[in-house]
Ligand binder design. Sequence first.
Ligand code: ZN
Length: 307
Amino acid sequence: MNPRIPKRYTLMIACTGRSPITLSFRPALVLTALAVVAAIPTIGLGKVFYNYTQRNISLTEENSALAEQAKEILEQVEVLEAQIGDLQQRAGMEDAADPPEQGQGDRPRSLLLPQSPRPGEPGLQSEANSFRGGLSPAVPPELMLQAAQAQIPSLLQQLQQRVQPALEKTLVREEARPHGMPLKGQGVAISSEFGLRRNPFGGGYELHQGLDFTAAYGTPIYATAPGRVVTAGWSQGGYGYHVIVDHGYGYRTLYAHMTKVEVTEGTKIERDRLVGYLGSTGRSSGPHLHYGVYYNGQPIDPKDHLD
Ligand SMILES: [Zn+2]
């Protein structure tokens, strides 16, 4: 059985000594009114919420663009750091052992943030560290950008003041290292290797302190690195007409048994400079070039320097 809903309520408020106030109403009307009143703030709040969401969407879009930009810059900074690291290695700079001279010297990887947090301030290092190995979305993009931009001057400073001069020295040193063939063209062959060999002029063994090349008599002979001619002329020791070039950084080369010498002592020469012609002077059993390479006074195998 359905409960009986009265069509109309009568509410009487009575006060002692006064006539009562009587309110008579229909429940359906009251419920409608209540629903309308309740709806007003809901509509308002909905509008506010909608605006907030829209603003948030546009802020999020802005933030992700900024984050993308920061990510790109940081990636470029990382590439730059890696390249500087390679250059440092090539320049023989020991990154870990070398104390920075310029305050913010050698350690770009520790310079992730514009500055370290002061005591009492919230530390940002952990966030900064998360830039590496995946950019954390929790890091504000502005901070990421700031960190990336802050690294660039120190990297440039490092490159210009430390890496570049070291690299220039390295290039000079590398340039001083003898390399390539002292004889050009076809018909050049190695006839005797570096090392112990049977003495071609008597019994027993001798240490052959260079490489012997055979080629046509009179073949031009070229210096294998720049340097200064320290000896040019006749040898009492069996090398005949020969030339010794000092290349610096401990390197010297010897070109022996020439038929003719084309440089004079004390002359500064470039790499590939003609120093003489292949012959068979001195202790020689036939036309050949004895080519010696010395490092800090010790003969080394020229074969390691032919390419
Ligand atoms: Zn020889």
